[in-house]
Design a protein around this ligand. Structure first.
Ligand code: ADP
Ligand code: MG
Length: 248
């Protein structure tokens, strides 16, 4: 029997993610693909970090492991002090649901469904009753300045608005971590700034933002940039983030 795992509260500045010697090897027929070859990474709560690197360097593999969607084949991963590298699938899903909200390049919204219903979706899976779902989903839409679009179908929204709905969906479960894989990959420059302004605002409220990007302009909004190459971290620097200003 799996015992449900309850993690302690997250406090700003303490290590939220601690990876030591993380390896991920895929078996492809007779070949082994070493996607991660010993990654050490500690991420403090309340920070923003951009993961960069060329295609095939291991960014998505690392994001999947950090996001508890996949498990390493070697090394240890402490998420908020708890070793998640060896949890069962159910326990992992449970931790993921409470700790992490995901944002994807392609938004992943249901098209003939209102913004509000899209944001409510994760709460439905948690069995939260209708009124409570509505209230919380509306609050999350307010946080991304889209409360006035709650009834619009996603197909009636611009790309930037759709990504903001997706951010609201990532926020609604009140997870402390937001992970975004190329969140601005399908957006033009101006709209990318809007999305980055929202993500920066979340850091100011204590969220931890981890984003994968191959664009230096986008990484500039993070307080730390980690670069991968061939499954290893080759560069790790902190910086003063560029402030994302939204033109009035
Ligand atoms: P990135 O996101 O930086 O482009 P990935 O993490 O997707 O890199 O891939 C890293 C390496 O692992 C690549 O060589 C890729 O081909 C390989 N890889 C990724 N996923 C799988 C998989 N499911 N099976 C086999 N090889 C994989
Ligand atoms: Mg990738």
């Amino acid at each position: 029997m799996d015992t449900p795992y309850r993690e302690p509260p997250v406090s700003t500045g303490t290590p939220l993610i601690e990876m030591r010697g993380i390896e991920r090897t895929y078996v492809m027929g007779d070949n082994l693909v070493h996607a991660l070859r010993g990654v050490d990474l500690t991420i403090a709560a309340g920070s923003s970090i951009a993961i960069m690197g060329t295609s095939g360097s291991g960014k998505s593999t690392m994001m999947n492991i950090m996001g508890c969607l996949d498990q390493p084949t070697g090394g240890s991963y402490l998420l908020n002090g708890k070793d998640v590298a060896r949890l069962s699938r159910t326990q992992l899903a449970d931790v993921r649901g409470r700790m992490i909200g995901f944002v994807f390049q392609s938004f992943n919204l249901l098209s003939r469904t209102s913004a509000l219903e899209n944001v409510e979706m994760p709460l439905m899976y948690q069995g939260i009753p209708g009124r409570e779902r509505h209230r919380r989903a509306l609050g999350a839409l307010e946080a991304v300045n889209l409360a006035d679009r709650a009834d619009h179908h996603s197909s009636q929204l611009s790309g930037g608005q759709q990504q903001r709905v997706a951010i609201a969906r990532a926020l609604v479960g009140e997870a402390p971590i937001i992970m975004a894989d190329e969140p601005t990959g399908n957006l033009d420059t101006r709209t990318s700034f809007e999305v980055m302004a929202i993500l920066q605002g979340l850091v100011d409220q204590g969220k931890t933002i981890i984003l994968v990007t191959h664009e230096a302009d986008i990484a500039a909004y993070a307080s730390r940039v980690v670069t991968l190459r061939d499954g290893l971290i080759i560069d790790d620097r902190t910086q003063t983030p560029v402030k994302a200003e939204v033109a009035a």
